[in-house]
Design a protein around this ligand. Sequence first.
Ligand code: NAD
Length: 507
Amino acid sequence: MAIQTHDELLTTIKDALQACGYVGELGGGSLQTRTPMTGEDLFAIEGTTKEQATEMIALADEAFKSWREVPAPRRGNVVKRWGQLLAEHKHDLGLLVQIEAGKSISEAEGEVQEMIDICDLALGQSRMLYGKTMPSERPGHRLMETWHPIGVVGVISAFNFPVAVYSWNTANALVCGDTVVWKPSEMCALSALGAHALLSRAIADCGEDQNISQLILGDRNVGEVLLDDPRVELVSATGSTRMGREVAPRVASRFGRYLLELGGNNAGIVTPSADLDLALRGIVFAAAGTAGQRCTTMRRLIVHESIADELVDKIVAAYKTLTIGDPRDESVLVGPLLHQGAYDDMQQALKTAKEQGGDVLVGGERVLVDDSEKSFYVQPAVVRMPEQSDIVHNETFAPILYVMTYSDFNEAIALHNAVPQGLSSAIFTENNSEAEIFLSASGSDCGIANVNIGTSGAEIGGAFGGEKETGGGRESGSDAWKAYMRRSTNTVNYSGELPLAQGVKFL
Ligand code: NAD
């Protein structure tokens, strides 16, 4: 039996958006919203035209001229207030994320918690936009770096973290003195309206200019306006590698900056000394959680041959206990795939895996929930693969875990690094030297490398991002803020003389 009627679901959305402070219309527009939980259409909201998007960039560009003069700690007050409002409306925004991305409420609210955490971090950062002072080689000179805002930051985000990644970019960009134009995933426009409304309220409460934050709603066509407009100094784009391949050269052709957070193909290595019960829990959450729709989902498992059968049996047994269904049911652990396209991609990958020698040990089949043909739920799959196959080099955005075995540790590292993507990685081991090698320059080639933790579930304090086809960008904590600023190297001469660098003589 359905958990809510369609009308009740629409009321939940209206109430949540109203609570977040959204005051616009819901309906009568050209952008159809939908929920993967039931496959039903929701509201058709107003999309943004290219002309309107260009106007928004102009407004953000104009607002930048005064926002950059606002002292950074005062800019920090806006993200502080945003964080407070997000905490107050964690459940409201979490509901919208659940409805559009199909996550459990715990994961959806966890996503909002990440937003709150980055607001805390960015508030502190607003007092720590440090530049260095270096010793000058010339007497009576001071050499230093100062950091300045860059201008309009265009943020393009993916469906699977519809609001958190936006906040990583926006909280940092705002304290750095930039203004933000956001093009969220067209699959999650309602969540975007909620997150954006909360920021608008924070800006109003702090008495700052509303134009520092703009929202473009629509698909890639309207998003492309951000790529080509020279007023957008930085395009921070999160999504598939396919998207990154289109974005990077277009932005580079006008010498714009880009920050890319693209697809992952994350692996875990399990060595003979590993605590298998701990590894099991880490692997199942990372591989099957969020129905395999995290950029950090574990997609490959590389296990020592001496423990492979035992571990694989445990994983298969655990997969058979996973509850699959409507994520509004709190006992459910695995929610829906986004849409039929995601389901078809999964079936195609499983077919190819079998053709390449794979043995599907569990899963892959569709699970009908409430007899609905419009939603796409699946049993997460585990596939035993030979060491060499092409399919394991691809990211299929669905819950498929490919298991391979190794005999020698160097071989495990080589298998691990033999894919084009480089986002997240993990090793399960009690052997200190294996752990250290994995984290060393000859170990994992990913942006994130974990020991005795799965590949997913990063904290905002560390820089987040990956290498190779994942795009090389870093967002969130550590020194990721530097991507949103420009560096100026300054030399001040207080000597009264004019000595030239490198002892050069002239005049
Ligand atoms: P997607 O690439 O289909 O879309 C992402 C966003 O890019 C959307 O807003 C879309 O409208 C926009 N877009 C697509 N083509 C564009 C173009 N030519 N110009 C401008 N905008 C364009 O990705 P998705 O299906 O929403 O998300 C899943 C993918 O995102 C997976 O590959 C996943 O690994 C990746 N992802 C990566 C990270 C990370 O931090 N590395 C985080 C989340 C998701």
